[in-house]
Design a protein. Structure first.
Length: 193
């Protein structure tokens, strides 16, 4: 029998709650230290704000935002197994403020953007694409860069990219400027606004 992978919510109203992780072949979960640092940086800015986890996976980052009082959390996931795990994790916490989109992040993100525009609201966009060393994802960072260039500023609080530390995203992506960078071993967080 396969051991079920899991992690826990680090802080906030769901602190200590267990969330399931999809199999490692499918998704790479954001490390606890990285998640903790991300939210130490965002701190109270996240309260009552929208948060979009563009490559949803288990939802560990978006659910951490939910635990820390984000208003609505959007998740996009195209892998069926990860999507099922994500839905069950949301159900175990609070479904009301969560909006889950099943599909390719590069297409489904536009539904989220349209929804934000209609509400005249902004969001934190969190990009944690599969590492570019994975088969079939060699150009993923270029694709993410092209996508970010097209996101209208009216819906953006900040854009955060989790990526391999040996890859540097440009100082400027479209009308967004890099304002902070934090390295955690093999992973780095780059912040744009």
């Amino acid at each position: 029998m396969k051991k079920e992978l899991s992690t826990r919510i680090i802080a906030g109203k769901y602190k200590g709650k267990k969330i399931k992780l999809p199999s490692k072949e499918v998704t790479r979960s954001s490390k606890n230290m990285l998640r903790e640092s991300l939210f130490n940086i965002l701190q109270f800015d996240i309260i009552d704000k929208n948060f979009v986890e563009v490559f949803g996976g288990s939802g560990s980052v978006g659910l951490e935002a939910l635990s820390r009082d984000a208003k609505n959390v959007y998740f996009i996931e195209k892998n069926k197994d990860s999507y099922e795990v994500l839905k069950s994790n949301i159900k175990s916490l609070d479904e009301k403020p969560c909006i889950v989109r099943f599909g390719d992040a590069f297409e489904a993100i536009w539904d989220v953007i349209e929804e934000l525009k209609a509400k005249k609201e902004k969001a934190y966009f969190y990009f944690d694409p599969p590492f570019s060393i994975r088969e079939g994802y060699e150009d993923i960072y270029e694709k993410v860069t092209d996508l970010i260039k097209k996101i209208p500023k009216e819906v953006v609080e900040s854009i955060i990219i989790e990526h391999m530390s040996n890859y540097d995203f440009p100082q400027t992506i479209g009308s967004y400027e890099l304002y902070k960078k934090r390295k955690f071993g093999k992973s780095t967080l780059s912040f744009y606004r």
